[in-house]
Design a protein around this ligand. Structure first.
Ligand code: AMP
Length: 124
């Protein structure tokens, strides 16, 4: 696992050094709007802890942080009107590393919705 680089932009958001458009905050998790939205709903769900990628988080985070992350994600989908109980659904995406084309090396889950999201990946 690469070392966590705490100069990344999401670490700076968590330290309050730069602003974010916050949707939801819990003890261990922050949900905020993506600065370059690719759908009418496009938010990022991030743990407050220092994890590089989803596999890092899933393998190494304490259970309380993992549960909090997923419960916050579910709450955000409800708050944003894309959850299946009342909404029309969403796509959750996480990119990891070079082949995943991860831009920011702090684990984040994209939640996209508000329109038909089309095919899952571009044909190779
Ligand atoms: P990824 O390629 O999965 O690492 O995605 C990183 C995402 O972070 C992109 O969708 C960017 O638009 C988004 N992003 C970068 N800087 C910010 C920021 N300051 N606030 C909100 N979203 C950001």
């Amino acid at each position: 696992m690469p070392a966590y680089d705490d100069s990344n932009i999401f670490a700076r958001i968590l330290r309050g050094e730069i602003p974010s458009d916050t949707v939801l905050e819990t003890e261990h998790t922050l949900v905020f709007r993506d600065i370059r939205p690719q759908a009418p709903v496009h938010v990022l769900v991030i743990p407050k802890g220092a994890y590089v990628s989803y596999d890092d988080f899933a393998a190494n985070a304490p259970e309380a942080e993992i549960v909090d992350f997923h419960r916050a994600l579910a709450q955000a989908t409800r708050d944003l009107g894309v959850a299946l109980d009342g909404g029309q659904g969403f796509r959750a995406i996480t990119n990891a590393g070079e082949h995943g084309v991860q831009e920011v090396p702090h684990f984040h889950m994209h939640i996209l919705g508000g329109r038909d999201m089309g095919r899952m990946v571009q044909p190779g």
